[in-house]
Design a protein around this ligand. Structure first.
Ligand code: XMP
Length: 194
């Protein structure tokens, strides 16, 4: 697996430090309030698992699944495949967590849907933020790192379903990305149908 990587962008100790910082801020925000962490599958699971271990206050955990289908360079519709039960959302304060904020479509669409289903509030937290790629107005309330516009893998992020289990974030060797670029490859550069 490591032979496919061009360089490590964020190592384990940098990741740990950022998680501790964000977890501290989230704890201060939600202290004394009942809230639910909603993890966006599959990419956010490593981040969520590490983050919540550093949030020493009561919380509940739920999951949401979303896929986008892209044709060429045009971002497709986001389809929400799995939502928490209404009882897990209605009247609850939600902390929606994703691996990376890219165009912003996923988080803005999911926030909208959670509000529509009666969430009392929706805050957002992402592991990585790629502001240069934003297509809709969306800012995360918390983020661990801002990254440049390059395709990254590891710590939950995948390329064609692989590399999620790397404990750090890396840039793949460019020759591994398809000739027409990740943007134009179905399932890459976007959430994909997986
Ligand atoms: P939005 O809706 O913000 O979607 O465009 C964010 C989703 O896009 C995927 N994504 C990436 N996945 N490396 C990845 O492994 C990347 O560099 C990357 N950029 C975007 C990812 O599925 C994320 O949840």
């Amino acid at each position: 697996m490591h032979k496919d990587l061009q360089r490590i962008l964020l190592d384990e100790s940098e990741i740990r430090a950022a998680i501790e910082r964000v977890a501290g801020e989230v704890t201060a925000e939600f202290e004394g309030r009942a809230f639910t962490v909603v993890s966006v599958l599959k990419g956010s699971i490593l981040f969520v698992a590490d983050l919540i271990r550093h949030i020493p206050i009561q919380l509940e955990l739920a999951f949401v699944g979303a896929s986008s289908y892209r044709e060429s360079t045009v971002s497709g519709e986001l389809s929400i495949e799995m939502l928490p039960a209404d009882g897990e959302i209605e009247g609850r304060e939600i902390l929606l967590i994703d691996d990376i904020l890219d165009t912003g479509r996923t988080l803005s669409r999911l926030s909208e849907e959670l509000h529509r289903r009666g969430a009392a509030s929706v805050k957002t937290c992402v592991f990585l933020d790629k502001p240069s790629r934003r297509a809709v107005a969306m800012q995360a309330d918390w983020r661990c790192f801002e990254v440049e516009d390059e395709f990254v893998v590891g710590y939950g992020l995948d390329y064609a379903g692989r590399y999620r289990n790397l404990p750090f974030v890396a840039v793949l060797k460019p020759q591994l990305l398809l000739a027409d670029g990740v943007e134009t490859a179905p399932g890459l550069g976007g959430r994909g149908a997986r």
